[in-house]
Design a protein around this ligand. Structure first.
Ligand code: BES
Ligand code: ZN
Ligand code: ZN
Length: 477
């Protein structure tokens, strides 16, 4: 779908359909108030009324805050795609809602059709944003234009992440992700380093290697680097990239295994952020590290009772092979810190079902030692349209991952607080000087959905991308 900004009043734009948002307060002043009332339209949230004779789609909104406008435009564009129109135009609801409107349209119209034999694309292929407001004044395009370009880059990067997440484990293997990263590095002028099993062995990344041992798709470590001339900060982004998580020998029950192609969503978010960062030409040096592995069963699988030595030398008692993400991250975090001295290190991982139990399926868990840094991400997330919640560490939870045979155990001895004990496990692999510069994001709930909500349809959501890019633009520029 082609999205354009036109410095013209709405009436001057040629399009098949006009989209309009109406609050209950404004409804009685609407030029078609009587017709809308006849159709039973009360401007309730998510209520739509199409006046085809006027080529008008009217959508109810409770208010005109960015959150409401973002969700409403996502719903509206899905409705509009179901009609036979080829183009749609819409007016503005103030500068503060411009980005939300674009996000709603671009993210809300996304659909993954890669596995349909007979995809039925909607005829709607053009959306034109007028710079005129619904009240009839013109907004300054000098303000709108850069915001338009920036928001489009971020929304398209989010859709790119969704495309990667939605591909099957046999299509998006560790090697396929490496190929995707190499191709991105060529088109976006990024440096790209790939480690295969020999490379991982040379780097002593035995925790990550062992997780991938029973798979026919060998693991890959991907390092993408964006290096502008005079960067203001250096940032490392680390992603969990389990192209499939069967649980390993601690096999998942059948119903829990379904959707586990999404266990690579952290790595996909990282590659998507690298794409956006280079397109936005941010003044920050950014390194993306992705640990791509498939966790399978077999005669040569790693097993409960194994003791693994991670890259930083620490030994790990394996008591559950389904707690594999933290083993992969232990090594990738170690690699990232050894190779790059960064100002901040952030990791993204579909790490624990416990995070969903704690926060619900829509919210990213934010963990780390630096209180103000965590809070700044919750703010950046809220502004960008992502829900984030802080899960607090404490000294008692730390004791739950003590091991009687090795330096640390990969699962907790108690069944509560699992998202936090997983993060405390990762803490063992964060260098002393990086403790306050690290934030862990558990996106187990927020990265994937099987039912539409907000700007998301079935599949990957791109969790982490909008929040982090907003944080980088607010805090490092
Ligand atoms: N990939 C899963 C976590 C997950 C679960 C993500 C559901 C998305 C939806 C992770 O590797 C896992 O299996 N974690 C275990 C940890 C447990 C064995 C300590 C879990 O959450 O049950
Ligand atoms: Zn697992
Ligand atoms: Zn996993």
């Amino acid at each position: 779908m082609n999205v354009k900004l036109a410095n013209q009043p709405l009436s001057g734009i040629d399009a098949d359909l006009t989209l309009e948002f109406v609050t209950p307060q404004r409804l009685e002043h609407h030029p078609h108030a009587a017709l809308l009332a006849q159709g039973g339209f009360k401007a309730e949230t998510e209520q739509h009324c199409a006046l085809h004779e006027h080529r008008l789609l009217v959508c109810g909104v409770s208010d005109t805050t960015p959150e409401t406008i973002r969700t409403a435009s996502a719903h509206a564009i899905r409705t509009a795609k179901g009609y036979g129109y080829a183009s749609l135009k819409l007016a503005q609801y103030g500068n503060e809602n411009f980005a939300a409107l674009i996000e709603g349209i671009v993210l809300g119209s996304y659909r993954f059709e890669g596995y349909r034999s007979d995809p039925k694309p909607s005829p709607l292929c053009e959306v034109i944003f007028s710079s005129e407001t619904i009240e009839g004044t013109m907004l300054d395009t000098a303000i709108l234009e850069p915001l338009f370009e920036q928001t489009l880059v971020i929304a398209k990067a989010t859709n790119y992440v969704r495309d990667l997440v939605n591909q099957t484990p046999d299509d998006m293997t560790p090697q396929a992700m490496a190929i995707a990263a190499e191709s991105l590095s060529r088109s976006h002028d990024l440096e790209c380093t790939i480690l295969d099993v020999n490379g991982l062995e040379a780097e002593k990344m035995f925790a990550m290697m062992n997780v991938g041992r029973a798979s026919v798709h060998p693991p890959r470590l991907i390092h993408l680097a964006y290096k502008p001339a005079n960067p203001k900060k250096v940032i490392s982004l680390v992603g969990k990239g389990l192209t499939y998580d069967s649980g390993g020998l601690s096999l998942k029950p059948a119903t829990s295994m379904v959707t586990m192609k999404m266990d690579k969503a952290g790595a996909c978010a990282v590659i998507g952020m690298m794409k956006a960062i280079s397109e936005l030409k941010l003044d920050i040096e950014v390194h993306g590290f992705m640990g791509m592995v498939e966790n399978m069963i077999g005669g040569n699988a790693y097993k409960p009772d194994d003791v693994l030595r991670a890259k930083n030398g620490k030994t790990i008692e394996v008591r559950n092979t389904d707690a594999e993400g933290r083993l992969v991250l232990a090594d990738v975090l170690g690699y990232a810190q050894e190779k790059v001295k960064s100002d901040y290190i952030f990791d993204y991982a579909t790490l624990t079902g416990a995070c969903m139990v704690a926060l619900g399926p829509y919210t990213t868990g934010v963990m780390g030692h630096n209180e103000s840094l965590k809070r700044s991400f919750v703010e950046a997330g809220a502004e960008a349209g992502e829900y984030c919640g802080i899960l607090p560490f404490n000294r008692h939870l730390t004791k739950l991952i003590k091991s009687d045979v090795a330096d640390v155990c990969n699962v907790s001895s108690k069944p509560y607080g699992g998202a936090i004990t997983a993060a405390l496990f990762l803490d063992h692999f964060i260098d002393e000087d990086m403790k306050d510069k690290w934030v862990h994001f558990d996106i187990a709930g927020s990265a994937y959905t099987e039912s539409a909500w907000d700007v998301h349809t079935h599949g990957g959501t791109g969790a982490g991308v909008r929040m982090t890019l907003n944080w980088l633009m607010n805090n490092c520029q």
